[in-house]
Design a protein around this ligand. Sequence first.
Ligand code: COA
Length: 249
Amino acid sequence: MTDAILLHRERGLLTLTLNRPDKKNALTRAMYAQLAHALRDADQDPEINAVLICGSADCFTAGNDIADFLQAPPNSLDSPVFHFMLALLDCRKPVIAAVAGAAVGIGTTLLLHCDLVYVSRDARLRMPFVNLGLCPEFGSSLILPRLLGHAKAAELLLLGEGFSGEQAAAWGLASEAMGSGEAALAKAREVGLRFETLSADAVAISKQLMKAPDREQLRRVIEEEGALFVRRLKSPEAVAALSGFINRG
Ligand code: COA
């Protein structure tokens, strides 16, 4: 493990901190691999009741590391980003997220697969896939229209419009919006520690029941989105947009 992902264990709560503040916690292949590994381990560890994912006090994550993306684009379902997202999808224990500042791209998408999400009111969430010549990923094209209705989801996915933590909570994408990033993290930690007072089996069964009805369809959509995303990454528009970010003055 490098220190780009910090692991901290407090009683039954494992906290995974995205810790690359100089690059706004942008996620590299190595970080995805570490996150996948930590989630799979936590799922097997009887001493762990819940997992908390957080970033820095002023930024959750800027999403995929664009330089890493250009250098080694994911080209199949057998890539670190897919391993991470599948580990998140498969995790039988509650996964909690604490979000402050920017949560871009997969930084927002991953929240759709967490169980409890605490955001700062002024957090800035955005899935700018179309703006980068890309398409939605990891089930967002299925989950968001269901949750928000097609017209609101289209603002987020067809225009790439951003939204605040306050809006995320009002729309049901987050559990609660808090006054600050520190408050969001404190709430996420408090909730995470609460799981040690509950039957692990009852919690796991409850989560499984909540997820089961959509599981098969979600997997199919994720595979379909993944294949299209990988194809779009090679498009001239995506290469130009991603290179443009790296080479901006
Ligand atoms: N990949 C790689 N590097 C990134 C990054 C990303 N996704 N996002 C930010 N960084 C780097 C910047 O290049 C910069 O590095 P430098 O100091 O070496 O030049 C550093 O992080 C700080 O970023 P900056 O843009 O100056 O910070 P900001 O506070 O003005 O803006 C963001 C923060 C997150 C809003 C902005 O960086 C951003 O939009 N990033 C791209 C997000 C994105 O499109 N993600 C989806 C990828 S699929």
